[in-house]
Ligand binder design. Structure first.
Ligand code: PGA
Length: 252
């Protein structure tokens, strides 16, 4: 794993957006795996600015998102389809038909199968953007005795529900289930770019770089198996990464 330490969140977002820009400049029909949550918002703002400055053309870009809450329709302000439109798609020249956020309504099993198909249709993502949960989840793959490889219905952990309650009026309104890419779908991407910010992520980031152990109770630890992972953190979080142990991870 490559670790990039920046001075602050703004710089992390600039770095991440520039990496995405480089991919699109090299390949105008690049496919991006995208994430939601607070962390990528600054990346999307930067991508919008690059587009507005005529530096980035999304007309042939394709996207597939990691996950969606169960029970929220696409026009619900907390659905991830709504999030993507609001923070990115409505401000760039992407064709909405080229964007895919799985539906959390209707036949959930067949929606999960459709998400798996969309990961591979027309080629795998050139890059998968990831945040990380304070419990180490990636996508909505929650810590458990076992993880599911393919896209699937996931029961959200209590800590995730609590963490995401800030987006809803009441914790009881947070959906308790989501459809998420599994580890296999996430790993299909040629490159994975994980961004972490905020002191509440310190344990998750420290665990990621602590040793070479892979454990389903820390889903992000599976990233040690992917050949092309870059993690961007700011200096506040970097204090919790042991540089020597990080070197061990670098080799894995
Ligand atoms: P956050 O969520 O960016 O809102 O902290 C990240 C995640 O849960 O993967």
């Amino acid at each position: 794993m490559e670790l990039i330490v920046t001075q602050n969140y703004k710089q992390s977002c600039q770095k991440a957006a520039n990496m995405i820009k480089d991919i699109i400049v090299q390949k105008n029909d690049a496919k991006l795996g995208l994430a939601t949550g607070s962390t990528p918002i600054g990346v999307y703002q930067r991508l919008v600015r690059l587009h507005q400055a005529n530096e980035l053309d999304f007309s042939k870009v394709r996207t597939v998102n990691l996950d969606e809450y169960v029970g929220l329709s696409s026009d619900h302000p907390q659905s991830y389809r709504y999030f993507m439109d609001k923070h990115l798609f409505d401000h760039i020249n992407i064709h909405k038909d080229n964007t895919f956020v799985v539906s959390g309504m209707g036949d959930l099993a067949s929606n999960a199968l459709q998400l798996d198909r969309m990961i591979y249709q027309g080629g795998v993502p050139d890059l998968q953007l990831l945040g990380i949960g304070s419990n180490g989840h990636i996508g909505f793959n929650e810590p458990a005795d076992t993880l599911i490889a393919e896209s699937h219905l996931e029961q959200l952990s209590e800590s995730t529900i609590q963490a995401n309650a800030r987006f809803f009026d009441k914790a009881e309104q947070v959906p308790t289930q989501a459809i998420t890419m599994g580890i296999k779908g996430i790993f299909a991407a040629r490159k994975i770019l994980l961004l972490a910010t905020g002191i509440e992520k310190k344990q998750a980031v420290s665990n990621l770089f602590q040793d070479s152990v892979i454990c389903p109770h820390n889903p992000s630890s599976f990233l040690k198996l992917h050949a092309n992972v870059t993690v961007i953190i700011d200096s506040q979080l970097a204090q919790h990464v042991d540089p020597q142990k990080h070197t061990i991870c670098y080799a894995c």
